[in-house]
Design a protein around this ligand. Structure first.
Ligand SMILES: [Zn+2]
Length: 301
């Protein structure tokens, strides 16, 4: 069998049921993969099991299935791969691309400047060569590399890593990999060719690509889509009490999502079968029509 050229993924965090914002990202990544005759897999981002309500993963998979998504292989759980992530962090330490840091939150609170990706680490522990038992976290060394990439929706982005990011955390104080480390290592090892995800992760893409470059691996492409906010301008999430997707109004919700993604689904799709809807969506999908504003306010239709 010929290996598909395109490989995409949907990567929900099992902190609560899927909501309209997660559905929009799932639809965009699914249609990108299917319209490119590629593979689409599911990665459950459950590095931190303390935040995972019981039964949440199965609920997410059932909802996706009810909405007509079809994925390849077994959805894999990121927690099963922690030893890979930590081994990469060890390699980076050995190669001199990373260092252990013992700074407390208090130390950092008084001396950090803020860049495009948050507070910039002042470099206190860079050359101390701390042993593991004296350190809190592991950070990657950054320099004034100008990191540029082209997002398929938001265009060319360029960052001076030292002044916009600074040395960033790859292993947290609880000895779990950071989101950046886990996502980068998995994206590389799973061979994704394009990542479709929400605009809130656009800025940290520079860190992921910086890490990819340091590891000497090929970069994948990125396509960020607007995030959905409530009428107070807050991102839909468990924290902002976003309602769970309804079990039985899949077509209605999917047509709303297609409209928000800039496609022009005909009204009849709201009353036809799910198969008709997906067939129309795959034939007419045009990523160039996705709005390139950062957010879209959720409207009940
Ligand atoms: Zn430090």
């Amino acid at each position: 069998m010929q290996t598909p050229i395109y490989h995409g993924r949907f990567a929900p965090s099992p902190t609560g049921p899927l909501h309209y914002g997660s559905l929009l990202t799932a639809v965009a990544s699914y249609l990108q993969a299917r319209s490119n005759h590629g593979q689409w897999t599911i990665r459950i981002e459950n590095i931190d099991p303390s935040r995972e309500p019981k039964g949440c993963i199965q609920d997410i998979l059932d909802t996706l299935s009810n909405y007509g998504f079809v994925w390849q292989g077994r959805p894999y759980r990121q927690i099963e791969r922690i030893h890979h992530h930590l081994r990469v962090a060890d390699n980076l330490l050995q190669w001199g691309h990373a260092f252990r840091c013992q700074c407390s939150r208090k130390t950092l609170a008084v001396c950090t400047e803020t860049g495009a990706m948050g507070p910039i680490y002042p470099g206190n522990c860079r050359y101390l060569r701390l042993p593991a038992d004296q350190a809190n976290v592991i950070r990657v060394l950054t320099d004034h590399t100008q990191l540029s990439f082209t997002d398929r929706n938001y265009g060319v982005r360029s960052y001076d890593m030292a002044s916009t990011s600074g040395d960033f955390v790859i292993v947290r104080a609880d000895n779990l990999p950071s989101y950046i480390l886990a996502a980068t290592v998995d994206d590389i090892q799973q061979g994704y060719t394009e990542i479709v995800r929400g605009h809130d992760l656009l800025a940290i893409t520079a860190r992921q690509l910086y890490l990819t470059d340091v590891l000497g691996k090929p970069r994948c492409h990125f396509l960020h889509v607007p995030i959905i906010t409530n009428d107070q301008g807050e991102k839909l999430s468990k924290q902002t009490h976003a309602p769970a997707l309804p079990k039985w109004h899949a077509r209605h919700m999917l047509v709303n999502v297609l409209e928000d993604l800039g496609q022009s689904p005909p009204k009849r799709l709201r009353w036809g079968s799910l198969e008709t809807l997906w067939s129309w969506a795959m034939t007419h999908w045009d990523a160039a029509r996705i709005p390139n504003c950062p957010t879209i306010t959720y409207t009940d239709r």
